[in-house]
Design a protein around this ligand. Structure first.
Ligand SMILES: [Zn+2]
Length: 196
């Protein structure tokens, strides 16, 4: 083997050994508008995200809170149901909207472990939820998943600003903890479809 061939072989082996999934990027700072209560409910959303990973879902969870009390919870369950709409936020709204008035939704906060996708933003809009707090940004958890970043990303704030300007959006919050959940999950799971 010539030195050049040897070097080429080493390069090829190093590329094969490169991790498919990136380690968690440096977390972004918390949104300064978030409160201690927001942190406590985000902790619950993260628990639900962890629960999802062992119950037929991807690592996403959501909690609906009104007047300091949890009134609804949901974990992503799209794999076990085969239903692509069973994201944490849209799943929660679909399951509970027959029992929750629009006035209650408007006075509630939805805590979601990761920034809502465009489908979930639409559900939040039509439910009329007044306030949303998300944990990890979509940009950051896509980095963990190793998905090429969209050159023209559409983040949730822009969706809400254009379609539901009355909805208050806060985040990220406790992003390091949320990214750790993704980092623990995605390297051992195939990426089936866009799920938040
Ligand atoms: Zn979603």
């Amino acid at each position: 083997m010539t030195p050049r061939t040897h070097a080429t072989l080493l390069l090829a082996l190093s590329l094969l050994a490169a991790p498919l999934f990136a380690t968690a990027p440096a977390p972004l700072p918390d949104d300064p508008a978030c409160t201690a209560a927001d942190r406590a409910f985000m902790e619950r959303a993260y628990e639900l995200a962890r629960y999802a990973t062992t119950h037929g879902g991807s690592p996403f969870g959501a909690v609906l809170v009104k007047d300091g009390k949890v009134i609804a919870e949901y974990s992503n369950c799209e794999h076990v149901t085969g239903d692509v709409t069973k994201h944490a936020e849209t799943g929660l709204i679909s399951a509970f909207s027959p029992k929750i008035t629009r006035a209650t939704f408007a006075a509630s906060t939805l805590y979601t472990s990761s920034e809502p996708c465009t489908m979930c933003c639409g559900s939040i809009r039509f439910a009329g939820i007044g306030r949303v707090v998300f944990g990890t940004t979509e940009l950051q958890f896509l980095r963990v998943m190793g998905i090429p970043l969209d050159p023209h990303p559409l983040d949730s704030r822009e969706v809400f600003e254009r379609t539901a300007p009355g909805t208050k959006v806060l985040g990220p919050l406790m992003e390091a903890e949320g990214l750790k959940i993704h980092e623990d999950y995605w390297p051992t799971h195939m990426f089936p479809r866009d799920g938040t």
